[in-house]
Design a protein around this ligand. Sequence first.
Ligand code: C2R
Length: 191
Amino acid sequence: MKSLTQDINTGYKKRMKGKTTMPKVGIVMGSDSDLKVMKKAAVMLEKLGIDYEMTIISAHREPDVFFEWARAAEGKGIKVIIAGAGMAAHLPGMCAALFPMPVVGVPMSGKNLGGEDALFSIVQMPPGIPVATVAIDGGMNAAILAAKILAVSDGELLDKLKAYTAEMKETVQAKAAKLEEIGYEAYLQDK
Ligand code: C2R
């Protein structure tokens, strides 16, 4: 019987067949239970106009599929991998072992231990195999970090990131102006 993950991967390959865009970022997660967090990475990459591919692969549960994907990533044009996993999260570290360019790891909060298990599994890599680890459930920051890595050699993307930073500044300033104008009680009621 085919597993859910195999179904998703087969579906993914069918969807990608004939597509001409070269993904610059590979988003991979250990399970569909990680998708709510990893979706945030996809949304941010879309906002910044970065081509990506997204799939579910477990290094633990299907090491052969994982090896094939991680070894093929460079040849597909992928420059950064964003890898999300929970529990004993070996997926990002194994991506870093096989893929020669940067890997950004996203620890999942999951059901137990508040995600500290995944955080330590991802961040505590042995010397020589770094994974740039973002916060627990930090899908959005993983995409921004991946974009910043790509922006080192892409001026247009760098401008988009600068515009995004300026947008954030305006948002905070608007909040400060509102608080100063109406006071904290009215502000909280209005939230
Ligand atoms: P299920 O919800 O499928 O039981 O998975 C997944 O990333 C997920 O957060 C529970 C958790 O197991 C994680 N997982 C890994 C790996 N494969 C699955 N950490 C891996 O290869 O590292």
